[in-house]
Ligand binder design. Sequence first.
Ligand code: COS
Length: 382
Amino acid sequence: MLFEPNETQRMVQKAARDFASRVIAPQASTIDKEERFPRELLKGLADLGLMAVNVAPELGGAGAGVVSYSLAMQEVARACASTAVTMAVTNMVGEVIAAFGSDEQRQTYCPKLASGEYAAGAFALSETGAGSDPGAMGTTAKEDGDGWVLDGGKQWITSGAHAGVFVVWARTGDRETLPGTRGISCFLVEGGTRGLEIGKAEDKMGLRGSNTVSLVFDGCRVPRSALLGTLHGGFKVAMMALDGGRIGIASQALGIARAALEESVSYAKDRRQFDKPIAEFQGTQWKLADMQVEIDAADMLTMRAAWLKEQGRPFSREASMAKLFASEMANRIANKAVQIHGGYGYTREFGAERHLRDARVTTIYEGTSEVQRIVIARSLLG
Ligand code: COS
């Protein structure tokens, strides 16, 4: 069993680390405070091949695999979780199109996502009344002449105001004959298409540099060729994409936790109380030790899920386990980091409070912790 990254993985990790520490990290606090969408950083990531890490080179991607993707995501999230989530969703969109798209769809969209010609891709599954239960969605796509007409609304769409292409799920089947998850199809809708309206950006607790909007489809017409995958086969596309996406969020959570630990170590060595650095108190040492153990446990769960996916083996349960543990872990670690920083941890002068706010959503999006437990329990119980 090898615990060492291979040459490609090491190179991708190094490229991501260099760019993240040199260019992204110094801007992270400002991005958060000013709620600035990090457009130029995304282009920088695209230039390094990091917007389509696991997409084949023929489609413009880096073709570096899932483990490389996870390593890169960890590095970017360690610097700026807002930039990382935008990168995560764009990678997920590129992978979905590469996996399920026609040749034409793949050739049209993957290179634009990979090169940064599109600032981002967006994944439009959730609705106001369909979050954990996407099978309850109400958005419809009706055949009309030589195309489809989409009507309805989507909610919590990352990068919605900036995306060049949206993967959109809509009901194509009759609710009586094809209820729930059965009658759902998937479409590719280009940004700027008439009838696609972008809602106001959410005023979020964390990830304030990422863009989260609602969408309204009002008689939004797309060509027949916009159907991604098979008619009524969209739910499985969503589930498979989310399996992979969960590895991305586990990696993001790991990156946030690493930043929180590193800053805690450095603060604990600097901060003096009772005539010595607080790092010399066992109360601090035990916190730091527990943080490192939890990070390593999450790392191994995440690497295993990434490796299984890369091998083409089933990985759904393992991705949910990694996402569940890593996201809950990141919240515990970020919380401890605030505690170690004391009063300063509660101010914006240090990164700890940002890490805590950014970590919070990782137990919610791309499937809540409760949904991950459903997936894990179902795989145990059959
Ligand atoms: N891969 C491939 N197919 C899958 C799958 C997966 N991971 N999970 C489910 N499916 C298939 C099932 O095999 C089933 O196929 P058949 O109809 O041929 O039997 C179909 O999809 C429906 O599956 P199921 O009945 O399990 O669907 P449920 O409605 O019970 O949903 C959960 C199951 C809760 C796991 C799913 O709805 C889910 O993941 N919800 C969370 C969604 C989410 O993450 N939202 C956040 C969006 S991004 S911010």
